[in-house]
Design a protein around this ligand. Structure first.
Ligand code: MSP
Length: 646
């Protein structure tokens, strides 16, 4: 008999830092976990899927200071963006944990205490080179090296502090032994090897507390220390599973944990976390699956380059399913990938509109025209039909094998080979010719086989593109929800007799030339007709305008206004309220903390009942037919607030 361990499946994303808004990297990890959760549910597993936000630590404290907020205010605000994104991307998580929640704080303190009581946490002094943005001490390296962080490249700071240490070294032999027996403990194999050689080197005891920081979980009995953010964060996985408050739930899910993480954080998940678990006497994860990193059009994604891919925008432009499909199909899961919108458009046209969309459209139209919209019943005997049916079951097996190793791209390739076989089958059997020749029997067999190909395809694609699968089901005349079906219940032939609905286009083709033109237009310089130039002014006229560098500290909606934000702006020597018509272009959190240029000597005006004391500078353009583009004018480097712009 299969044990609970084999039928339960607890899949977990890292918890995301809320110092910034979500980007494609966050979306990628979460979509992968969502697809795996949906797939496992359809295989009959008892799935639990967790995601959440990492809300303590230096990064968050600094981001809050930059925005003129308390850390609590910042995390309360920013975590909502992640929740919203998961809703927009159709993410089916069972829990969303925040590390500032009381349920988590209790578990962290309890685990810390347990480890201290059993002698696995002790007090000492730590000195080392520390990377503030990564919140991590960087180990010593060769001479002349190591002035900058090997991960983010930023300068390191020497730090010395009293600290509690976790006796990680004590459990290393046990972890090595575990990995020697469990080669899938880390996936892919290259990462497994990396972890093994790290473990076989020198693993030092880990500093797990900070005195230099306030924003963290206090250590019971020694409150000048807060728990180091990584020690705090990793524990969230156990909190959510009911470690302290629900032993039954914990027993059900803890033995079957899978972590999906980016390659940058595998040491925390494959070394530190399992060592903590061994010390606590708990199971280590079944697997940690490491994925690669996305660059954008060949370049590292960064705020300063302005090339950060906004998942909300991708969903607005192309829909959640196309975005989900692209991310998982384009790049093998462990590899790095390059994101390009053109490649995304290409996939929409070829795979989604052409292959899948056409198969559905052609089949439904023929069932409508030749069979009055009802799927014909028949006995299959033609070798071609049997081959198609067998390819269907072979595809199910291939998908199983691929999903087992998190090879989403391989699973999708197998499904699309099946869909393409369906399209080729239409060309080979030529149902229109059979109709013309009056071969009713063969026509029925062919349309029956095509319908079944689609019914199975919809099930197969459901974890990746759940909305589309549902739309296919509706058009096929099926009322069930594809993601709630079981793969094992699928029987070829059971669709006979169903009344289909009218065919609708699944994915409209995007005209690449038009798309390129629109893109090029948005990067073309603006031509300005003579009539739009202002009359010449003298330097005195210009000097009469006083402009200064300011920081937006707060951006609030004005309930009565569609266009305006009420901004609190800090000039260093004073703060002001300014109403600005930029609501359509930014979310409040994209504005808070930004340096801008403020016209400071404009006469105050009342807008929507609020007195506005100045104007922030922005460049904007509206080209024929296109929507308005707008960008704020900011100093290119840091300069004190209140500096005069001239
Ligand atoms: N808060 C920590 C995780 C703590 S887990 C106990 C953290 N957060 S993060 O927000 O910085 O990153 C979360 C995930 O996003 C990581 O898995 C990281 O690899 C992933 N990505 C961030 N940028 C990425 C790309 N450009 N491409 C792909 N994934 C990337 O780390």
């Amino acid at each position: 008999m299969e044990s609970n361990k084999d039928r339960s499946f607890y899949i977990i994303t890292p918890i995301y830092y809320v110092n910034d808004i979500p980007h494609i990297g966050h979306a990628y990890t979460t979509i992968a976990c969502d697809v795996m959760s949906r797939y496992k549910r359809m295989k009959g597993f008892d799935v639990r899927f967790l995601t959440g936000t990492d809300e303590h630590g230096q990064k968050i404290q600094m981001a809050a200071e930059g925005k003129g907020l308390t850390p609590q205010e910042l995390v309360d605000k920013i975590h909502v963006n992640f929740k919203e994104l998961w809703s927009v991307l159709n993410i089916s998580n069972d829990d969303f944990i925040r590390t500032t929640e009381p349920r988590h704080i209790r578990v962290v303190q309890a685990m810390f205490k347990q480890l201290m009581d059993q002698g696995d946490i002790y007090k000492g002094t730590y000195e080392g080179r520390y990377c503030v943005p990564c919140e991590t001490y960087v180990p010593e390296s060769g001479e002349g090296e190591g002035q900058t962080c090997p991960d983010c490249g930023r300068p390191l700071t020497m730090m010395q502090e009293e600290s509690y240490f976790f006796r990680a070294s004590r459990y290393v032999p046990q972890l090595i032994e575990h990995y020697e027996k469990n080669l899938d403990g880390v996936i892919p194999r290259a990462r497994y090897n990396e972890i093994m050689s790290f473990l076989r080197g020198e693993v030092r005891d880990q500093s797990v507390s900070r005195t230099t920081l306030k924003w963290g979980i206090p250590i019971p009995g020694d409150e000048k220390h807060v728990v180091y953010v990584w020690f705090d964060a990793l524990i969230n996985y156990a909190t959510s599973a009911g470690y302290l408050d629900d032993p039954t739930k914990f027993a059900r899910y803890w033995p079957c944990v899978r972590h999906v993480v980016g390659k940058d954080i595998i040491r925390f998940h494959c070394v530190i976390w399992p060592l903590m678990l061994l010390a606590l006497g708990l199971n280590v994860p079944v697997s940690v699956i490491a994925h690669g990193w996305w660059t954008v059009e060949g370049e590292k994604m960064s705020k300063s380059k302005g090339n950060v891919v906004d998942p909300f925008r991708m969903v607005d432009l192309y829909g959640a399913d196309a975005f989900r499909y692209f991310l998982l199909r384009e790049v093998p899961f462990g590899n790095d990938g390059d994101f390009s919108e053109l490649a995304l458009v290409g996939r929409i046209n070829s795979d989604l509109a052409n292959d899948l969309g056409n198969l559905l459209n052609r089949t439904l139209q023929m069932i409508e025209t030749y069979c009055g919209g009802v799927v014909p019943a028949c006995q299959l005997s033609d070798p071609l039909d049997l081959e198609l049916r067998d390819l269907g079951s072979a595809t199910l097996s291939k998908v199983d094998a691929a999903m087992e190793s998190f090879s989403f791209d391989e699973a999708l390739k197998a499904i699309w080979a099946f869909v393409s076989r369906g399209n080729k089958y239409i060309d080979e059997t030529m149902p229109w010719k059979l109709n013309k020749e009056g071969d009713v029997k063969r026509l029925a067999e062919v349309l029956h086989s095509l319908y079944e190909t689609l019914r199975l395809s919809a099930l197969l694609v459901a974890p990746v593109i759940p909305n589309t699968a549902e739309r296919i089901y509706r058009q096929l005349g099926l009322t069930a929800t594809p993601c709630e079906q079981r793969y094992d219940d699928f029987r070829w032939g059971e669709g006979a007799g169903t009344k289909v609905e009218k065919a609708e286009v699944l994915f409209p083709r995007i005209d690449i030339e038009e798309w390129k033109k629109r893109r090029a237009a948005s990067s073309q310089p603006v031509s300005v007709p003579q009539s739009e130039h202002e009359p010449e002014i003298g330097i005195d006229g210009f000097s009469a305008v006083e402009m200064r560098v300011a920081r937006i500290v707060k951006a609030e909606e004005i309930p009565k206004s569609k266009k305006l934000y009420k901004l609190k702006v800090d000039l260093g020597y004073e703060t002001r309220t300014v109403c600005s018509g930029i609501k359509a272009f930014f979310k409040p959190e994209e504005l808070e903390g930004r340096l801008v240029v403020l016209v400071t000597n404009l006469k105050p005006v009342k807008l929507c009942g609020i007195e506005s004391n100045g104007m922030i500078l922005a460049a904007s353009v509206k080209k024929d037919g296109a929507s308005e583009q707008l960008t704020l004018i900011s100093p290119a480097s840091d300069i004190p607030l209140g500096s005069r712009v001239s």
